[in-house]
Design a protein around this ligand. Structure first.
Ligand code: XMP
Length: 531
C-alpha cells in the first residue's frame, strides 16, 4: 500500500521521534521547490522539515530549530493576500536564510523595498560573490546560479549588505551585518545552481552550527525502539503490495517486533511476473513474518469480467481489495495496529501535520488505500521520509536492490495496462512482454535512469506474417518515462539498437503480439498510464 494521507496518529513536528537535536525548518511560502530544499538539507545529514509559513515565533522557539529557511513562492510581497511571516522570528537569534520570495519578505519586514525588476530573470546566470563570507565559503568567486523571479530588492535597510550579484541583480545574495541572517535571490536547491548543495551546507553547518549527525542507520534503531514502545505486546498488520514503501515498513517492523507482525499480501492476479514469489520469498525466508497470501485471482477476474471502462476497473479493484484485506485481517487475532507506508510528501500534501504547510491540490489515486473504518490504529514509520531515504533504509534493512529500486506500480496493476477487457490470457501476454522489456533495461544498465517502463496491450489487432503464414494478433506499446514527481513526465529516448532488440525479442517469443509500437507522448497532455 502506498501512502494514503494519514488521519490517525498524525505527528506534529515536535512529536517526531528523531532528529530533534539538529532540526532545520523550512517555512513554506508555496514555492515549487520547497520540498527540494528540505531534501537538500537532509543531504547534509541534518534533519529538515517543512512548516507553515505563518508559524508563530513562540512555536518555532518551542521546536528549537538550529536554523530557519524561508522558501520561495509565487507571490509578490506587496500583492493582495501575500503570505506573511511572524516578524518576531528575526529576533529569536536563530540563523535565517531567505530564498527568493523568502529573501524579499525578509528585506521587506526589515525596512527594505522590493520592486519588479526591469527584466524578469529566469534560468542560469553567472553570479559573483563579493568578499569573504560564511555562506560562500570554499566556493569559487563566480558560479552559475539558477534564477527564477520577477521581483527583486530595490533598496535595503543599512543593516544589510550585498554579498553576491549577477548582471541584472545587484543583490543576488545579502547578509545582515550583525545577525546570522542571510538571503539569496537564486535557488540553491535546484541542481542547475552550481555548488547549491554546498551553499546550503555552509548555511546549516557553518552558520547554524549543525554537525550533521542524522543518519538512516541511527534512524532505523530509533524507529525500532519507538515501534516497540508504541506496540507493546499487541499485534501489527501490514499490507504488502510488492512495492518499496510497504516492503520497507514490513521489514522495519519485523526487525522491531518479530513475530508480532502479520503481513497480508493480496494476489489480485494483476501482478507482474514473479512479483508474488518475490514477496513470499522475502517475507518468509529473509524476514520471518507471519505472511498471509490471499489468493484472490479468480475473484478479481470474475468481478472484472467484461468491464472495459478504466474508472470502473479501478472502483471494482479498490472495493474487492478492501473486502479481501478486511476478511483476512479479521482472521488474525489481537491485531490492534495497521502499518502503512505513508511518506513525507503525502503528509505534506494532505495537510495532516498541524505545524506543516497547508495542503496543496494533488491528484490522488486511492486504489489500494484502506478505509479508516477497519478500526485499527495507524503506525506510519516512514512519514518523515522522502522516497530516496526510504530506499536507503530498505537497503540497510537488507531488502534486495531489485525490490528497493523497482519502478512504481499502480494499485489496479496490469488491469490498466490491459486496454479493454481484462482476461487471464491477455494478462499473461503482458506479463511475458513486460518481463522482457524490464530485463533488457537492466541489461542495458538504464533501468534506474527511467522512472517507469512497461508494456501496454492494446485492444487492437493487426495483420502480420510469420514464416509463410498470415497472423492476426495484438498490438502492444512500450511506455518508458523520466519524471521527478510523476506529475509531469517525458518519454525516454531509447537508443535505436535497444528498441530493435526489445522488439525482436518480444515479437519472436511472446505469443499473441505481432506488432510493437513506441509511445512518444509526454505528460501532460498524456498521462503515464494509458488508462
Ligand atoms: P498517471 O497515469 O496518472 O500516473 O500519469 C501517475 C503515477 O500514478 C500511477 N497510477 C496509479 N497508482 N492507482 C495507483 O496506485 C491508480 O489507479 C493509478 N493510476 C496511475 C502511475 O503508475 C504513475 O506512477
Amino acid at each position: 500500500m502506498t501512502g494514503s494521507p494519514s488521519t490517525g496518529n498524525s505527528a506534529a513536528v515536535s512529536d517526531t521521534p528523531f532528529g530533534q537535536n539538529e532540526l532545520v525548518l523550512v517555512l513554506d511560502f508555496g514555492g515549487q521547490t520547497a520540498q527540494l530544499i528540505a531534501r537538500r538539507v537532509r543531504d547534509q545529514n541534518v534533519f529538515c522539515q517543512l512548516v507553515r509559513h505563518d508559524l508563530s515565533a513562540a512555536r518555532i522557539k518551542e521546536l528549537n530549530p538550529r536554523g530557519l529557511i524561508l522558501s520561495g513562492g509565487p507571490a509578490s510581497v506587496y500583492g493582495e493576500g501575500a503570505p506573511q511571516v511572524d516578524p518576531a522570528i528575526f529576533d529569536l537569534g536563530i540563523p535565517v536564510l531567505g530564498i527568493c520570495y523568502g529573501l524579499h519578505l525578509m528585506c521587506h519586514v526589515m525596512g527594505g523595498e522590493i520592486l519588479p525588476a526591469d527584466s524578469r530573470e529566469f534560468g542560469r546566470a553567472p553570479c559573483s560573490s563579493v568578499g569573504n563570507n560564511d555562506l560562500f565559503a570554499e566556493i569559487p568567486e563566480t558560479f552559475t546560479a539558477w534564477m527564477s523571479h520577477g521581483d527583486q530588492i530595490r533598496s535595503m535597510d543599512d543593516r544589510f549588505e550585498a554579498i553576491a550579484s549577477t548582471e541584472t541583480c545587484p543583490n543576488a545574495a545579502v547578509r545582515h551585518r550583525d545577525l546570522p541572517i542571510y538571503g539569496i535571490q537564486f535557488h540553491p536547491e535546484v541542481t542547475h545552481t552550481e555548488f547549491g548543495g554546498q551553499i546550503l551546507g555552509n548555511f546549516v553547518r557553518g552558520i547554524c552550527g549543525c554537525e550533521g549527525t542524522w543518519r538512516i542507520s541511527s534512524l532505523i534503531e530509533q524507529q525500532k525502539q519507538h515501534i516497540r514502545e508504541v506496540v507493546g505486546t499487541d499485534r501489527v498488520i501490514c499490507g504488502l503490495s510488492g512495492g518499496v514503501d510497504s516492503s520497507v515498513v514490513a521489514a522495519l517492523i519485523s526487525e522491531a517486533i518479530g513475530d508480532q507482525l502479520s503481513c497480508i499480501f493480496v494476489d489480485n492476479g494483476l501482478l507482474r511476473k514473479g512479483e508474488r514469489e518475490q514477496v513470499e520469498q522475502h517475507f518468509t525466508d529473509h524476514f520471518k513474518t507471519d505472511l498471509h497470501v490471499v489468493d484472490a485471482r479468480e475473484r478479481f477476474l470474475t468481478e472484472l469480467d467484461g468491464v472495459d471502462d478504466p474508472q470502473k476497473k479501478r472502483k471494482i479493484i479498490g472495493r474487492v481489495f478492501i473486502e479481501c484485506f478486511r476478511d483476512e485481517a479479521a482472521s488474525i487475532p489481537n491485531a490492534k495496529y495497521l502499518a502503512q507506508g505513508t511518506l513525507y510528501p503525502d503528509v505534506i500534501e494532505s495537510g495532516a501535520s498541524p505545524d506543516g504547510p497547508a495542503a496543496t491540490i494533488k491528484s490522488h489515486h486511492n486504489v489500494g488505500g484502506l478505509p479508516e473504518e477497519l478500526g485499527f490504529e495507524l503506525i506510519e514509520p516512514l512519514r518523515d521520509l522522502f522516497k530516496d531515504e526510504v530506499r536507503r533504509m530498505g537497503l540497510e534493512l537488507g531488502l534486495p536492490e531489485e525490490m528497493v529500486w523497482r519502478h512504481p506500480f499502480p494499485g489496479p496493476g496490469l488491469s490498466v495496462r490491459c486496454l479493454g477487457a481484462v482476461t487471464e490470457e491477455r494478462l499473461s501476454i503482458i506479463r511475458e512482454a513486460d518481463a522482457i522489456l524490464i530485463e533488457e533495461l537492466h541489461n542495458a544498465g538504464i533501468y534506474r535512469d527511467i522512472q517507469q517502463a512497461f508494456i501496454v496491450l492494446l485492444p487492437v489487432q493487426s495483420v502480420g506474417v510469420m514464416g509463410d503464414a498470415r497472423t492476426y494478433e495484438n498490438v502492444a506499446a512500450i511506455r518508458a518515462i523520466q519524471s521527478e514527481d510523476f506529475m509531469t513526465a517525458d518519454w525516454y529516448p531509447f537508443p535505436h539498437d535497444l528498441l530493435a532488440r526489445i522488439s525482436t525479442r518480444i515479437i519472436n517469443s511472446v505469443r499473441g503480439i505481432n506488432r510493437l509500437v513506441y509511445d512518444i507522448s509526454s505528460k501532460p497532455p498524456s498521462t503515464i498510464e494509458w488508462e
